[in-house]
Design a protein around this ligand. Structure first.
Ligand code: TYM
Length: 335
């Protein structure tokens, strides 16, 4: 029933996108679109697991769609849509919350990180979040899911849910989706602390490069990025022991489509300041045009809304048909 190679991936509209989102996910979406049938969605229902300003939510979703297109995702060849506009996701998510076990969800490290010490006060949605993510993927019978390293555990849970549903109901409806985590920057780290992930929620603006940063901001942030006092390493083993340098080298490699090892060879023994200069310029060269394209696209709301309308229609056709099969398999009475 499913096409042999179908992708679904999602990005939250919970703030402007940063270099981690771009290198860990969106850049890979661009390269995969030629080979796979792709569904890319803005997961606005996931975003509301924490408070979102109702005045801004729709615009933030458009920002993500504009970032997809500006990065090179073709809106004609791929299905771009908003999760909240295809209600079959939430219908399947309920069913999956009856398939997934409490123990499985209790093991999710992202929930533990996000809830921190305030477990009793976070939303139920934050806890059951991965069942909605599994539904996002499996409602399209997606076979492959490109994501950054931080989503790996959620993908494993998705595979467990697909497997248990298939076993419980003696069906082979759901494929067991493969994560696609690749490139030199699958986990981009904070520019202030090479042991912490680059994230939207970090309080310091200097911890991340945003896709909307000006050229000056990019150069300043890279200049101020935390480093260590040693000359640049001459081999990978040395680099791997230096988290801040490793992060900056991985970013450089990923943006230039080189291996990290090649970057090490090119800069062996040189001063950090020379490398930082080149890195700042490289980011400006690669991200600057995307930023300008995002601005142009955001000025044409009608165009973006048309892309979303088209995406919603295409996504709904597939999601509706899969949900009907799921209802039949579970044995719900037919209307
Ligand atoms: P989100 O919105 O946090 O991030 C979107 C994508 O960006 C990747 N990413 C990173 N990659 C490398 N380094 C980083 N520092 C970094 N930060 C973020 C994420 O891995 C992700 O690929 N739960 C997901 C959204 C989601 C989803 C889905 C993804 C909902 N349903 C179905 C795939 C399939 C999330 O919160 O991503």
């Amino acid at each position: 029933m499913t096409s042999s190679k179908r992708i679904l991936s999602g990005v939250q509209p919970s703030g402007d996108l940063h270099l981690g989102n771009y290198l860990g996910a969106i850049k890979n979406f661009v390269s995969l679109q030629k080979e796979y049938e792709c569904f890319f969605c803005v997961v606005d229902l996931h975003a509301i697991t924490v408070w979102q300003d109702p005045e801004q939510l729709a615009d933030k979703s458009r920002d993500v769609i504009a970032s997809f297109i500006a990065s090179g995702i073709d809106p004609k060849q791929n299905v771009l849509f908003l999760q909240s506009q295809v209600p079959q996701h939430t219908q399947l998510a309920w069913i999956f919350s009856c398939v997934a076990r409490m123990g499985w969800l209790n093991r999710m490290t992202q929930f533990k990180d996000k809830a921190g010490k305030d477990k009793e006060n976070v939303s139920v949605g934050l806890f059951s979040y991965p069942t909605l993510m599994a539904a996002d993927i499996l409602i399209y019978l997606a076979t492959h899911v490109p994501v950054g390293e931080d989503q790996k555990q959620h993908l494993e849970l998705t595979r467990d849910i697909a497997q248990k549903f298939n076993n419980d109901f003696k069906t082979d409806l759901f494929p067991i989706p493969e994560p696609l985590i690749f490139g030199e920057a699958t986990r981009v780290m904070s520019l202030r602390d090479g042991t912490k992930k680059m994230s939207k929620s970090d309080l310091s603006d200097y911890s991340r490069i945003m896709l909307c940063d000006t050229n000056d901001e990019i150069i300043q942030k890279i200049k101020k990025a935390k480093t260590d006092p040693h000359p640049l390493p001459s081999n990978l083993q040395d680099l791997n022991k230096r988290p801040e340098a490793l992060n900056l080298f991985s970013i450089f490699a990923s943006l230039n489509n080189l291996s990290t090892e090649e970057v090490v060879q090119n800069y062996a023994g040189k001063e950090f300041s020379i490398f930082k200069n080149d890195l700042g310029e490289l980011i400006v060269e690669k991200i600057g045009p995307i930023r300008e394209e995002i601005k142009k696209l955001l000025a044409d709301k009608a165009y973006l809304d048309n892309v979303l309308k088209d995406g919603k229609e295409k996504a709904t056709i597939v999601a509706d048909s899969v949900l009907k099969d799921v209802y039949d398999i579970i044995g719900f009475a037919k209307p």
